[in-house]
Every structure is written in C-alpha cells, then in structure tokens.
Design a protein. Structure first.
Length: 146
C-alpha cells in the first residue's frame, strides 16, 4: 500500500470519528452483550445494550480496532439509540454491500459510513469495519431471547 493510499484510507474525517466514538464502555445491567473479533487483524468490539419496545434504549461499546473499525463504530454509536433490529440489519446489509459490491452509501441515518468508501479496495479491513454492527446484532439476539 502506497503512502498516498494510506493517507486516503486514514483520512482526517476517519481519524476524527475514531477519536470520538459515542457510547464507549459498558452499561449497567445489559440485557445483551456480545463480543466479535476479526481473525485477520485481531480487532475486537463488544456491544452491550438494553432494549425497550423493540428498540435499543441503552448502549455501550468497547472498541479495540483499527481507525476504520473505530470510525464504523462511531457512526453506529451516533445513531444507535432508538434503533430497531430492522434498522441495524439494514445498516449492516447496506454497509456490507457498499464495501464488497460497490453498492451505494447506506441510507440515513447511516449515511456517515460514506467516509469508509476508500476501504472498498482493502478487503482485509472489511471484517474490522463490520465488527460493531455484528456485535450489536448478536447482543440484540441475546436481549430478545432473554
């Protein structure tokens, strides 16, 4: 990867998101918690949540990932409260399509993921970018079954 490619991939906007991830840490008495790890790079994200009437009412995340994974977690964190399972599934599906199939930028409220378009060309980073989303869905499964 050239220096120019690295500069584009880790743009100022990505680094700004990575530096300001909403809902960092755990929450009190989560109904669901799930940890996801990327075997390629070792990045991990753990999501903790509480749900009320089918929507996320409290959320915390522990993010140990590259700047791209952190930026993705930041966009998720900005919009996660009040989100339903359908909302998170749609965001995950649209983010995956954007990265792996040159799909469009996810629809609002996930349109901030547009910052990750340069990561399309780096498939080895996709797993880290998707961790927060996958952990959140898994935590929702746990909350809904408990």
């Amino acid at each position: 990867m050239s220096d120019a490619d690295m500069m584009q991939l880790y743009s100022k906007r990505i680094l700004a998101l990575a530096a300001d991830i909403p809902h960092l840490g755990t929450i009190e008495s989560p109904q669901g918690s799930a940890k996801r790890r990327s075997p390629q790079c070792g990045s991990t994200v753990t999501a903790h949540l509480r749900m009320e009437n089918g929507r996320i009412s409290d959320f915390g995340q522990e993010v140990r990932a590259c700047a791209l994974g952190q930026a993705s977690a930041a966009v998720l964190g900005q919009n996660v409260l009040g989100a339903s399972r359908d909302d998170i599934e749609r965001g995950t599906r649209e983010l995956t399509a954007m990265l792996k199939e040159n799909g469009p930028v996810p629809a609002a409220p996930w349109d901030g993921l547009e910052v990750l378009i340069p990561a399309r060309d780096y498939p080895n980073r996709h797993a880290s970018i998707l961790l927060a989303w996958q952990a959140t869905l898994e935590a929702m499964d746990q909350a809904e079954s408990g």
